[in-house]
Write a protein that binds this ligand. Structure first.
Ligand SMILES: [Zn+2]
Length: 384
């Protein structure tokens, strides 16, 4: 608990804990950096260090009532706000925030997880902080003293989702913060934040996470064994949120086998077998197809790296060394660049609602011919 839950970001830990130790705590902070870099985890650890009743040097005791309540999202003076759609139900909001007790890296926002029980997908609803939410969740509680902590702390996630009226109301709060008030605003980029808000905040920058840091985190959480954790961390683009999602996804393992099989059948170019793989890939809906294509692109990028650098290449699919080496030796003339472009084109088409079977069947043909070393093959069909 406490700082232990924050993956990497040692510089951030030092900055925040020394702010607590020196008793120079700004009333407004802005944590900015890429998704999944740990802004929310840092905000919760910082809140725990501020509220801890036993330690005052920026560390946490992990045994007082505040240390018990903050990480479990039960502390009455630590609030996490998420922007939501007009018709969001209060119990749904509560359930989302409660997920942070399991992990501060859980995906809880409406834009990335419109349905809490669903695995993903993109919602069509407008997700924003409206004036009413700012008044009710930020302004109103500030009238009172903290219930049991030293501070009243509000963690405002996705601050870029604040619309004009809400932002103006919030600005008033920032101009005259209460004595024991701390706002922690989270944003991906500085240019997403109004300059008037920005100028009132102490800024803390978060960097994308290193592969090793994320792999260790997955192992420590018991989400993956070391070899698989290394693969997942490489696929996660510096986001521990993404690494966790991949580890929790039952789809990933089957997807890796599925795309490898798709590639094999495309090479053999036997019509029925290819189409049965196409149907299998297309059978789980658009998001799932995009996921499989993402995995396929990762595999082709590994093949490219392997062809260039050999067995020391910084590949993602570490456990597929033998597959990559067999492919490299067996198909030295494969047009890997064309294959990568063809997958990107298929992703583009699937994103634009084309018939998925047609997009995948076309992809299979291009991949097959590219693997055979066909120099005429083009990744994108030409309209002539
Ligand atoms: Zn404590």
């Amino acid at each position: 608990m406490g700082w232990d839950r924050l993956i990497g970001q040692d510089r951030v830990k030092r900055v925040l804990s020394s702010a607590v130790a020196s008793k120079r705590v700004a009333h407004a902070w802005l944590f900015h950096g890429p998704p999944g870099s740990g802004k929310r985890a840092a905000a919760l650890a910082f809140a725990q260090a501020l509220q801890c009743k036993e330690r005052f040097d920026g560390t946490v005791c992990n045994s007082c009532s505040a240390c018990h309540k903050v990480p479990r999202m039960l502390h009455p003076d630590v609030h996490v706000l998420i922007p939501h759609a007009n018709d969001a139900k209060p119990q749904d909001l509560g359930a989302r925030v409660a997920l942070l007790a399991e992990s501060p890296y859980a995906v809880i926002d409406y834009s990335r997880r419109p349905d809490l029980n669903g695995s993903g997908g993109t919602g069509n609803k407008q997700v924003a902080y409206l004036l009413g939410q700012v008044q009710e969740e930020l302004q109103a509680p500030m009238k009172y003293r903290p219930v049991e902590g030293s501070w009243r702390i509000s963690i405002v996630t996705s601050v870029h989702s604040m619309r004009t009226a809400g932002a103006n109301a919030f600005l008033k709060l920032l101009e005259e913060p209460g004595r024991d008030t701390v706002f922690i605003l989270l944003a991906e980029r500085l240019d997403q934040v109004l300059p008037t808000i920005l100028s009132r905040c102490q800024q803390v920058r978060f960097s994308p996470l290193e592969v090793d840091e994320m792999a260790n985190g997955l192992v420590q959480e018991g989400l993956a064994p070391a070899d698989m954790a290394a693969v997942l961390a490489r696929m996660a683009d510096g986001s521990y949120e993404q690494a966790r999602e991949l580890a929790l996804s039952t789809e990933l393992r089957s997807s890796r086998d599925l795309v490898l099989d798709f590639l094999r059948q495309a090479f053999r170019a036997s019509g029925d077998d290819v189409m049965s793989r196409v149907d299998e890939l297309a059978s789980h809906g658009r998001e799932s197809v995009k996921f499989h294509l993402h995995v396929l692109l990762g595999l082709i990028r590994d093949l490219l790296l392997y062809a260039e650098v050999g067995s020391h290449a910084p590949i993602v699919n570490l456990d597929w060394q033998d597959v990559l080496s067999k492919f490299s030796r067996g198909l030295p003339h494969a047009r890997l660049d064309v294959m990568a472009e063809a997958v990107e084109y298929a992703m583009y088409m699937v994103d634009r609602n084309v018939n998925q079977r047609i997009a995948l069947a076309h992809l299979a043909i291009v991949l097959g011919r590219s693997m055979q070393g066909d120099t005429q093959v083009k990744p994108v069909p030409r309209l002539e």
